[in-house]
Design a protein around this ligand. Structure first.
Ligand code: CAA
Length: 257
């Protein structure tokens, strides 16, 4: 499929998606969100892809939902359009998704970053939920995902003030895994992604599923779910290979079966 708002590529088991509307700082219009979802689902189904990397072209990751597109909507048009179901589907991607953020990640773009399983940020990255300054609030999971990550009090502060959060602060609060100098962000992200792509694919897949369950469910329920996935891995060839390789002191050769 031809994309207008994103650029996709694939190399060494890593599928990359770059947001590409740099003139408006990659403002997320509905078409772009649809294209991101399409590309993610395509990579998810592609056996050659092990890890998905999401980043922005130009001087920002993205400056949030497209205000030009959104400003004339009303409650009924939004309800009928039901645009956020795309976001529900984004949360169902099975392969690990790594976000690489430089410049702004505001509003809907911060929500998109929070959908990623891991985040790397450039020193100049800045995050924030400025919706409140537009008289609205996040609509694509921001209040939920931020609260689960930060706890109630900090989430309230960030969401109600719309303040800008530096990469360092985001790192301090566990929003990003690591902060890199701007010029090495992509190189380091791709290095991490390629290494992640060499881990046992089934184990990585079920770890993702289990961690997301922990975020979403009670500890007890999550542990029952984790246990089932743990048992399930013991019917894979990779479990036998991984443990045999350990005993034989050699590098395992995983096949994803
Ligand atoms: N929607 C549409 N256009 C946008 C945009 C957005 N979210 N963000 C930036 N742009 C456009 C600007 O209008 C400008 O276009 P023109 O050159 O045609 O005027 C261009 O991108 C460059 O932006 P600036 O000149 O403003 O760049 P700057 O460096 O001076 O400022 C900024 C950067 C602080 C990010 C500023 O652009 C800004 O505040 N943008 C809006 C951020 C925002 O409020 N995002 C939240 C949207 S609401 C949301 O996301 C809802 C949701 O949860 C679903």
């Amino acid at each position: 499929r031809e994309y207008q708002c994103i650029v996709v590529s694939e190399a060494e088991g890593v599928g990359s998606i770059e947001l590409n509307r740099p003139r408006v700082l990659n403002a997320l219009n509905r078409q772009m969100v649809g294209e991101i979802l399409h590309a993610m689902e395509h990579f998810d189904a592609d056996e050659g892809v092990r890890v998905i990397v999401l980043t922005g072209r130009g001087r920002a990751f993205a400056a949030g939902a497209d205000i030009d597109e959104m400003m004339h909507e009303d409650t009924v048009s939004l309800e009928m359009m039901n645009q956020f179901t795309d976001w529900d589907r984004l949360a169902c991607i099975k392969k690990p998704v790594i976000g690489a953020v430089h410049g702004f990640a505001l509003g809907g773009a911060f929500e998109l970053a929070l959908c990623c399983d891991m985040l790397f940020a450039a020193e100049t990255a800045s995050f924030g939920f400025p919706e409140v300054q537009l008289g609205i609030m996040p609509g694509a999971g921001g209040t939920q995902r931020l609260t689960k990550l930060l706890g109630k009090t900090k989430a309230m502060e960030w969401l109600m003030t719309g303040k800008r959060i530096s990469a360092q602060e985001a790192h301090k609060y566990g929003i990003v895994n690591e902060v890199f100098a701007d010029e090495v962000l992509m190189e380091e992200t791709m290095k991490f992604a390629a290494a992640l792509g060499k881990q046992a694919p089934l184990a990585v897949r079920l770890i993702k599923e289990s961690v997301l369950k922990a975020v979403d469910h009670s500890l007890y329920e999550g542990m029952q779910f984790e246990r089932k996935n743990f048992y399930l891995l013991f019917s894979s060839e990779d479990q036998k290979e991984g443990m045999a390789a350990f005993k034989e002191k050699r590098v395992p050769h995983f096949k994803g079966r």
